[in-house]
Design a protein around this ligand. Structure first.
Ligand code: PLP
Length: 400
């Protein structure tokens, strides 16, 4: 065992994974269930012989499992290769299906890049996008949606919960507005499905994006919920799979794994949500108690249970990530997908945060891997890291 007492404690608790918003480990029951579909039942569900039929039955079971998690009908679930494809399809597919009516889309400046960059792309294709303002918590006001709607509006796309600061939007209230104007509503629920209750009947949304790897399913598989009667152009053209709406040979092992992940998430959701939120609150209180000049971002109550997003005055997020990584603690500064970029987060800037403060952000997201012992370990390791980095910081001035 290492002589360093902190490392000894770490060896006892193992890797401290605090980045569940980036991805989650595949649940052992999920990969056990998946493995059969790689080698034993490796068929293509579109074929006519028995092996294909067995695969088709497995896909339909998974479709039902995913549908049950969000209160949908099985035939409203379309499998995709993940959240990014689902988001691209919802925006582009709706825009192209409805462009005869108009070319105006409403979204927000805090969307994940899978929606945000798709909206930017649609602007280059001649569509106009209104990006609604958000308040300093990253919250959208349903009244602002109502004010932005025009005769030529063809889509509103607003995420359910933000992947950086964890703020949860009032989707059902927004749907009241869009329904009145008969405009389809898409919500990117990649960060919420499997973590908090998501029910398409409560939300009254028309499309909803899901990604399996955010709830202990495999990477590279997701789904788009499309309410019956919603007009959407196919995004992938080819073999006519998924009722001619999403072509491509189905990823049977991935889909089976997504279904199993959905079933497991549904069975644990209520307790897991409370357990994770309690750990997050403990971590937040401990950090606030031990580290001066910190700011907690995102909404104080309407937020994801595992999300703690901080600005640590005077220190770059990347420096903290590297120092924490040396202690085998995994965290992010912003979205995993934009790590490596030197630009401050578009989400934090949209919330009105100055660029310098946005650079000092740290995102801790707790989940299935989090255990009680991680909290004291983090609270031992983090304050000295902050103190050391602040001593070297040209910008940090201690207050008081
Ligand atoms: N939307 C949100 C809110 C996300 O957090 C992510 C991934 O981090 C995505 C979409 C993209 O999902 P995927 O990784 O399955 O492509």
């Amino acid at each position: 065992m290492d002589d360093n007492p902190q490392m000894q404690q770490q060896e006892l608790v193992g890797l401290i994974y605090m980045d569940h918003a980036a991805t989650t480990p595949t649940h052992p029951e999920v990969w056990r269930e998946m493995s059969l579909w790689f080698h034993e039942y490796f068929g293509n569900p579109a074929t006519m012989y028995a092996l294909g039929d067995i695969c088709e039955v497995a896909v339909e079971k998974a479709r039902q499992q995913v549908a049950s998690l969000i209160g949908a009908e099985a035939d409203e679930i379309y499998f995709t290769c993940g959240g990014t494809e689902s988001d691209n399809w919802a925006v582009k597919g709706t825009a192209y299906a409805r462009e005869a009516k108009g070319k105006h889309i409403i979204s927000t400046p805090i969307e994940h890049h899978a929606v945000f960059d798709t909206c930017k792309f649609m602007e280059k294709q001649g569509f106009e996008v209104t990006y609604l303002p958000v308040d300093s918590y990253g919250m959208v006001a349903p009244d602002d949606v109502a004010k932005a709607i025009r005769d030529d509006t063809i889509l509103v796309t607003i995420m359910h919960a933000n992947n950086e600061v964890g703020t949860i939007q009032p989707i059902a209230d927004i749907a009241n507005v869009t329904r009145e104007s008969e405009i389809p509503l898409h919500t990117d629920a990649v960060q919420t499905v499997g973590k908090i209750p998501v029910d398409v009947n409560d939300f009254q949304c028309d499309m909803l994006s899901i990604s399996a790897h955010k709830f202990s399913g495999p990477k590279g598989v997701g789904a788009l919920y499309v309410r019956k009667g919603t007009r959407i152009e196919p995004y992938m053209h080819g073999g006519g799979q998924e009722r001619k709406r999403r072509a491509g040979t189905l990823n049977v092992p991935g889909i089976v794994g997504m279904g199993k992940g959905a079933e497991i998430a549904a069975s644990h959701l209520a307790e897991e949500r409370v357990r994770v939120a309690a750990l997050r609150d403990k971590l937040r209180d401990g950090v606030l108690d031990q580290v001066p000049d910190l700011r907690v971002n995102g909404h104080p109550t309407e937020r994801l249970p595992g999300n703690l997003h901080l600005c640590v005055e005077g220190i770059e997020g990347e420096a903290m990530i590297l120092c924490l990584s040396m202690n085998l603690i995994c965290v992010s500064s912003g979205s995993a997908c934009t790590t490596g970029s030197l630009d401050p987060s578009h989400v934090l800037l949209a919330m009105g945060m100055p660029a310098e403060m946005a650079h000092s952000s740290l995102r801790l997201t707790l989940g299935s891997e989090s255990i009680e012992a991680h909290i004291p370990y983090f609270l031992d390791v983090f304050p000295p890291i902050v103190e050391r980095l602040r001593k070297m910081s040209p910008t940090y001035k201690a207050k008081g």
